[in-house]
Write a protein that binds this ligand. Structure first.
Ligand SMILES: NC(=O)c1ccc[n+]([C@@H]2O[C@H](COP(=O)([O-])OP(=O)(O)OC[C@H]3O[C@@H](n4cnc5c(N)ncnc54)[C@H](O)[C@@H]3O)[C@@H](O)[C@H]2O)c1
Length: 272
């Protein structure tokens, strides 16, 4: 079986979940290079999954791969996009919030026919938003509800001295547009980025973040109105089996995107 050669940037929770997905053997892809600012995390994946992959820098990794997966952090997005553009590689960007700060590189990649895949993440309903855009949308709102511990460390909380300890009932802690939301909660609302890129854009997409001490799951509700009518979707996410702070569906969406990229690439390869 022809396999797409993957360089993975970021060897944490989503990286490990992708290794598990690839271990099943039904995605025509193999990891050939691993990049992480903490080299030991990359080595752990090599040992755990018995990968025949080298642990190296992004510059070295990109030479040997067909496809780059970014599942690291907002800071990793710019170098990954630059490497994708310079070496003409398609890529998957998981840190969609980080992508919002580099829209010029995203546009440059598209102009050069490089596919930058954006996952649906822990959200459903993007198919309807995409279709509705054909006739135009008037408004799109994402309401994200999380237990307070899932929001710990967010810059918005620290910058505004917001202490969620002792919260006894659900509280709206943020309202703004998607661009503001991904800066305020870079690790929590990547889905706002995906929703706004498919829909009416980062400045027009409204985001509400609720800290709810009674919530046991991370949930995302999308409400949109447009020429088509109205839609409302609700996704209640169980945590990833290996990381309580991350939604399992986010990792599954990464695997689904990698599968789609690999199938498209290997079909093209078979034709030529
Ligand atoms: N699109 C979505 O819906 C969605 C959902 C969940 C997480 N995410 C994002 O995906 C990314 C990975 O999530 P995770 O749960 O696997 O995180 P994680 O913290 O478990 O793992 C991240 C790994 O990347 C490494 N890393 C961080 N910055 C780096 C850099 N600049 N260069 C190289 N390595 C770097 C870290 O050392 C770590 O090993 C995060 O940015 C997160 O916000 C997106």
């Amino acid at each position: 079986m022809t396999k797409i050669k993957v360089c993975m940037v970021g060897c944490g929770n989503i990286g490990a979940d992708l290794c598990i997905a690839l271990q099943k053997g039904n995605i025509p892809a193999e990891i050939v290079a691993l990049v992480d600012q903490d080299v030991e995390r990359a080595r752990v994946l090599v040992r755990t999954f018995q990968l025949e992959a080298k642990v190296c820098t992004l510059a070295e990794a990109v030479e040997d791969c067909d496809f780059i997966v970014e599942c690291a952090s907002a800071a990793a997005v710019e170098p990954v996009l630059r490497a994708a553009i310079d070496h003409h590689r398609d890529c998957l960007i998981m840190s969609v919030g980080g992508l919002m700060g580099h829209m010029e590189l995203y546009e440059e990649a598209k102009q050069r026919n490089i596919q930058v895949r954006i996952p649906s993440g822990a959200l459903c309903g993007l198919d309807g938003i995409r279709a509705a855009m054909e006739a135009g949308l008037h408004s799109v709102t994402l309401t994200t509800r999380k237990p307070p511990k899932g929001l710990v460390g967010a810059p918005y909380l620290t910058d505004n001295n917001i202490d969620l300890n002792g919260l006894t009932e659900a509280k709206i802690i943020f309202e703004g547009n998607a661009l503001e939301a991904v800066k305020a909660f870079p690790a929590n609302v990547n889905v706002a980025g995906a929703l706004s890129l498919v829909g009416i854009g980062p400045k027009e997409t409204r985001v509400v973040v609720i800290a709810d001490p009674n919530a046991t799951e991370n949930s995302h509700e999308v409400y949109a109105e447009g020429a088509f009518g109205r839609l409302k979707t609700m996704t209640s996410n169980l945590p990833s089996p290996r990381n309580a702070k991350s939604s399992y569906l986010a990792s599954l969406s990464a695997a689904a995107e990698l599968r789609a990229a690999a199938v498209a690439y290997t079909s093209h390869y078979a034709e030529t």
